[in-house]
Design a protein around this ligand. Structure first.
Ligand SMILES: NC(=O)c1ccc[n+]([C@@H]2O[C@H](COP(=O)([O-])OP(=O)(O)OC[C@H]3O[C@@H](n4cnc5c(N)ncnc54)[C@H](O)[C@@H]3O)[C@@H](O)[C@H]2O)c1
Length: 327
C-alpha cells in the first residue's frame, strides 16, 4: 500500500503522515509549500514540491510510486480570506481538486480520502449536525469544500463501470487543535486557540467575538478535535477504502468529539494550562458565525469503529507547547 498525501507538509497532513508510517503504509508527499514546511516531512519520504494543478506531473508521480490511494489535504483554509478573494479559493480548492481527480483517473488510482470541513453546514437550525444535515455553506471556503465533495462523488460515478473504479471517504473536520509533538504545531493563526496564544504573546487581551448568542454563557460553541484523533480517523478511512471491493466504498463522515465548548470555556482552559490569569475583551459578533456547531460523530463510530480519545485540556496543552517551541 502506498498513499500520496497532497499537502503532506501541512499541519494536518504531517500528522497523518506519521500515523500512516507508524502503521506500515508507504507515503509520498506532494506540496507546493505555500503554507507547508519542508521540515515537517521526514527524511526518506519521497516528496515533490509542485502544485496539484500540474496534472501531468501528478499523474507521473502516481504511476511511478504505484500509488494505491490519495489523501487530499492541499487547499487554502482561511474563511475570511476566502470572502475577500473568492476566486483564489475556487482556483486553489476546486481547480486543484479537478486537476488531481483527472490525474487519478488517468493513472487509475482507486482510493481517495478528501479533507472536507464542518463549514459545509453553514449556520444550521439545530446545532448538532449529522452527515444528513443539509449542506448550506456560508463562505466561499465552505462552498469550495461542498463542491469538492460533489466532485469526488461525480468522479466515482463516472468511473463506476471502468477498469479502475473509485472508492472514497469525505471527512468533515470540526475545529482542529493540538499537536502530537512541539515541532508539528499549527503555524497558521486562524483558529481560536492560536489567536488567543498570539494575543497573549503580544501582551494583548484575547478577543471574544460576541457574548450575546443564544448559548448558556452567550459565546459561540464549537466542537474541538485533537489533530492526533483526526489523523487516526484518516487511517481508518483509508483502510475502509482499501478493504472494500474496487469502487465499493463511498461515504461522508463527521470528525468531531460530539461535545461542544464555548469560547469562554476554551479561555478558561488556556488560563489553566498557561498559568496566566489574563482578561479578555468582548467585541462585536463576526458575520456568519453560527451560535453553536457540534458534530454528531455516531456514523464513523458505528461504521469504522473510530471515536475521539483526547479532550480539550490535551488540545490546549499540546498546542501551547508547540506554540512556545515555535516562538
Ligand atoms: N485546520 C483546520 O481546522 C481544518 C478544518 C477543516 C478542514 N481543514 C482542511 O484540512 C486540510 C489541511 O489543513 P491544514 O490545517 O493542515 O492546513 P495547512 O495550510 O497547514 O496545510 C495545507 C497544505 O497544502 C499545501 N498546499 C496548499 N495549496 C496547494 C496546492 N495548490 N498544491 C500543492 N500543495 C498545496 C500547503 O503548502 C500546506 O502544506 C485543508 O484542506 C483544510 O481546508 C482544516
Amino acid at each position: 500500500m502506498t498513499w500520496l498525501l497532497t499537502g503532506g507538509a501541512g499541519y494536518i497532513g504531517s500528522h497523518v503522515l506519521e500515523e500512516l508510517q507508524a502503521g506500515g503504509t508507504d507515503v509520498v508527499v506532494v506540496d507546493d509549500l505555500s503554507t507547508g514546511l519542508e521540515s515537517r516531512v521526514p527524511d526518506g519520504v519521497p516528496a515533490y514540491y509542485v502544485p496539484v494543478q500540474k496534472t501531468e506531473a501528478i499523474e507521473e508521480i502516481l504511476r511511478e510510486h504505484k500509488v494505491t490511494g490519495v489523501i487530499h489535504f492541499a487547499a487554502k483554509k482561511a474563511v475570511g480570506e476566502s470572502v475577500e478573494n473568492p476566486m483564489y479559493y475556487y482556483e486553489e480548492n476546486v481547480g486543484g481538486l479537478a486537476s488531481l481527480l483527472r490525474a487519478m483517473e488517468q493513472a487509475g488510482t482507486r482510493n481517495m480520502v478528501f479533507s472536507s470541513s464542518a463549514a459545509v453546514y453553514g449556520q444550521p437550525d439545530n446545532p448538532e449536525v449529522s452527515e444528513d444535515s443539509p449542506l448550506v455553506p456560508e463562505s466561499p471556503y465552505g462552498e469550495t469544500k461542498a463542491a469538492g465533495e460533489w466532485m469526488v462523488r461525480a468522479s466515482a460515478v463516472s468511473r463506476a463501470q471502468s477498469e479502475n473504479p473509485l472508492s472514497y471517504s469525505l471527512l468533515r473536520y470540526f475545529n482542529v487543535a493540538g499537536a502530537k509533538s512541539p515541532t508539528l504545531g499549527d503555524t497558521s493563526v486562524a483558529n481560536l486557540i492560536p489567536l488567543v496564544f498570539r494575543a497573549l504573546s503580544e501582551g494583548q487581551k484575547p478577543k471574544v467575538f460576541g457574548d450575546d448568542y443564544s448559548t448558556p454563557d452567550g459565546t459561540c460553541i464549537r466542537d474541538y478535535i485533537h489533530v492526533v484523533d483526526l489523523a487516526q480517523a484518516h487511517v481508518v478511512a483509508a483502510q475502509a477504502c482499501e478493504a472494500a471491493s474496487p469502487g465499493g466504498f463511498g461515504a461522508a463522515y463527521n470528525i468531531g468529539t460530539g461535545t461542544g465548548s464555548s469560547v469562554l470555556e476554551v479561555l478558561d482552559e488556556v488560563r489553566a494550562v498557561t498559568g496566566n490569569d489574563f482578561e479578555h475583551e468582548i467585541t462585536p459578533r463576526r458575520p456568519g458565525d453560527p451560535a453553536a456547531l457540534v458534530a454528531d460523530p455516531t456514523k464513523i463510530k458505528t461504521e469504522l469503529g473510530w471515536s475521539a480519545q483526547h479532550d480539550l485540556a490535551d488540545m490546549v496543552s499540546s498546542a501551547w507547547e508547540a506554540w512556545q517551541a515555535q516562538h
